[in-house]
Structures are given as structure tokens and as C-alpha cells.
Ligand binder design. Structure first.
Ligand code: PBG
Length: 332
């Protein structure tokens, strides 16, 4: 675009920055509570909460406490909560059967939330890692993470989540062919209105470390996830993945992690114009919190600025552990 402004002093860019009211008036992008999805960790027990040490301010909650958190989120105007289970170690197996048990933590939490707070959207995670003795998102056979057998298991997992009342299914596993398989299974089982928010462009990232602590997968994980998650050096591949997932029946797509991949948010939004989300992942949250706790940055301002960045990059919404904190701030 050619500069369409008169030379100085007719044009002074500082004029529209001179007061808060003017700055507000000309502001292009805004963060709103309705853009937030809040990821929460669920554990066994009753009336129980335990901190996640690598994510200051984040806790795992028993199902009854997750319901309280969900009610609080709803009152704050947060539209959706996303559940991640901390499966007891004795229920982690190489066949991952707990992943589609109707009574696993995620399904119990979904039913309890939908009973107490029907208008809050519940999003669930489809991947085997919280249930897998190997800590991988797929079945491991002779050291290989096998694709097609994993997809069959993921379909069972997604159906059990829909059955429990999940509104949004979030496949985070990065297997090929999973979106199409889940979509046709959901249609066949009368779950036409269950949305799929596909983790389409999910990179093999160092920023997931604290999350793996939170779901208890760090110790179990052997090797890395580079044969299924994307190479951080690639861009065009992300566009192909989004295109593929849309043609298989995804309603919404996600880029993950968030802050180091804002270029991909913008490219994907511009290329497809579909509902586009970013996941501000555990490591991004931990960095901001750690620096704030050391007094090195203003944590509240950094939180808001980091989230506004997603809106500027074209995202319609963000999954963020800051959701309740930022919602409280926005409502003041
Ligand atoms: C795994 C999964 C991961 C996250 C969400 N689902 C981690 C991984 O791929 O190892 C990461 C979220 C975060 O870091 O906050 N299915």
C-alpha cells in the first residue's frame, strides 16, 4: 500500500495516540472474553486440588472441583472449557483402553459439567498420551507410532466423548486420516452437532514440557514426537494439513504452539477464512509466569499483550491457561 498521508506536520501519528479515548476509538483488534477457551486438568479424588509445579497458578482438580471451575468460567463469560485428564498410573496401558472407557476422568467430568452448567461448551482432547504407558499419542509397535490402528482407537475415544456430552472434539494426535474417520463415525452415531476443532498444524515443540508434567506423561515418554508432529521449520505443510482436515470435515482449525507460530495463524486465516484458533501452550504460559514471578516483566500486561497478538494475527479465539485471569481483568 502506498502511504496515503500528507507530509509532516499535516500528518502527526501521535494525534490519535494522544488520549486513552482516542486510542480506544481507533483500536483495530480487541481481546474479548468470548474468544477464550480454558484448558483445565482433571484428576481423581474428591474436593481435591493439587498444583502443577511447572505451571505456577495452574492446578489439577477432582471432578467436583472442575464443576466449580466450570461454573466460575461460565459466570465470567468464558464460552468453553477444554478437559485434559491426569490418568492414574495404574490405568495407563499399551492398549490404552481407558481412553474410550465411558467412566474415564474426562467423560465423568464432561457429564458433571454438562449437568451443572449446560450452556458452557465442553471441549475434549482426542489422543492416547494420557492413557498410554509409552506417553505417545498413538500406539507404539516395535518402536513405531502406528497410524491406522491408532485412528481406530481415536474414533472410539471421540465417540465416547460425544456420548458423554462433549460439544467440541479436539483431536491433538496428528495421525493421518483421523478427522474423516471421526466425522463419519460421529454422523453415523447421531452426533451431527458435535464440532471438530482439529489441531491441524501442531508442531513438535519444546513448549509442551510443562503440560506433559501436568498430565503425568513426561516420565513415560520415550523419544520424541517428530514422526507425527510437524517440523518447526515448515510452513507450506501446515496449509496442506489445514486443507486436508477441512476436506475431511473439521469445523475449526488450530495452530499450536501459539506465540512462536503467529506467522502460521495469519497465513492460515488468510488462506482459508475458517474459524481459526491458536493454543498458547503450557511453556508459553510458564515463561510469562516465571518472568513475572521474578519481577522481570509485568505479568498482567504481558498476558494481555500476548493474547492480543493472536487476535492481530487473525485468530478468532485462543486456548489459554490465562483464561480466567484475563476474563476477570476484562470484566473490571
Ligand atoms: C498431546 C497434547 C499435548 C498438548 C495438548 N495435547 C502435548 C504433546 O503433544 O506432547 C500440549 C498443550 C500444552 O503444552 O499446553 N496430545
Amino acid at each position: 500500500m502506498q502511504p496515503l498521508h500528507a507530509p509532516f506536520p499535516a500528518t502527526r501519528f501521535r494525534r490519535t495516540r494522544a488520549s486513552g479515548a482516542l486510542r480506544d476509538l481507533v483500536q483495530e483488534n480487541r481481546l474479548s472474553v468470548s474468544d477464550l477457551i480454558w484448558p483445565v486438568f482433571v484428576c481423581e479424588g474428591e474436593d481435591h486440588e493439587e498444583p502443577v509445579p511447572s505451571m505456577p497458578g495452574v492446578v489439577r482438580r477432582s471432578v467436583d472441583r472442575v464443576v466449580l471451575a466450570a461454573q466460575e468460567a461460565h459466570v465470567l463469560g468464558i464460552p468453553a472449557i477444554c478437559l485434559f485428564p491426569y490418568t492414574p498410573m495404574e490405568k495407563r496401558t499399551s492398549d490404552c483402553a481407558e481412553a474410550w472407557s465411558p467412566d474415564n476422568l474426562s467423560n465423568r467430568a464432561t457429564r458433571a459439567i454438562k449437568a451443572a452448567c449446560p450452556d458452557l461448551l465442553v471441549m475434549t482432547d482426542v489422543a492416547l498420551d494420557p492413557y498410554n504407558i509409552d506417553g505417545h499419542d498413538g500406539f507404539v509397535v516395535d518402536g513405531e507410532i502406528v497410524n491406522d490402528a491408532t485412528v481406530e482407537a481415536l474414533v472410539k475415544q471421540a465417540l465416547s466423548q460425544a456420548e458423554a456430552g462433549a460439544d467440541i472434539i479436539g483431536p491433538s494426535d496428528m495421525m493421518d486420516g483421523r478427522i474423516g474417520a471421526m466425522r463419519s463415525a460421529l454422523e453415523a452415531a447421531d452426533h451431527q452437532n458435535v464440532s471438530i476443532l482439529s489441531y491441524s498444524a501442531k508442531y513438535a515443540s519444546a513448549f509442551y514440557g510443562p503440560f506433559r508434567d501436568a498430565v503425568g506423561a513426561s516420565g513415560a515418554l520415550k523419544g520424541d514426537k517428530k514422526t507425527y508432529q510437524m517440523n518447526p521449520g515448515n510452513t507450506d505443510e501446515a496449509l496442506r494439513l489445514v486443507a486436508r482436515d477441512l476436506t475431511e470435515g473439521a469445523d475449526m482449525v488450530m495452530i499450536k504452539p501459539g506465540m512462536p507460530y503467529l506467522d502460521m495463524c495469519r497465513r492460515i486465516k488468510d488462506a482459508f477464512g475458517v474459524p481459526t484458533f491458536a493454543y498458547q501452550v503450557s511453556g508459553e504460559y510458564a515463561m510469562i509466569q516465571a518472568a513475572a514471578q521474578n519481577g522481570w516483566i509485568d505479568g498482567e500486561k504481558a498476558m494481555v499483550e500476548s493474547l492480543l497478538g493472536f487476535r492481530r494475527a487473525g485468530c478468532d479465539g485462543v486456548l489459554t491457561y490465562f483464561a480466567p485471569a484475563v476474563a476477570r481483568l476484562l470484566s473490571d
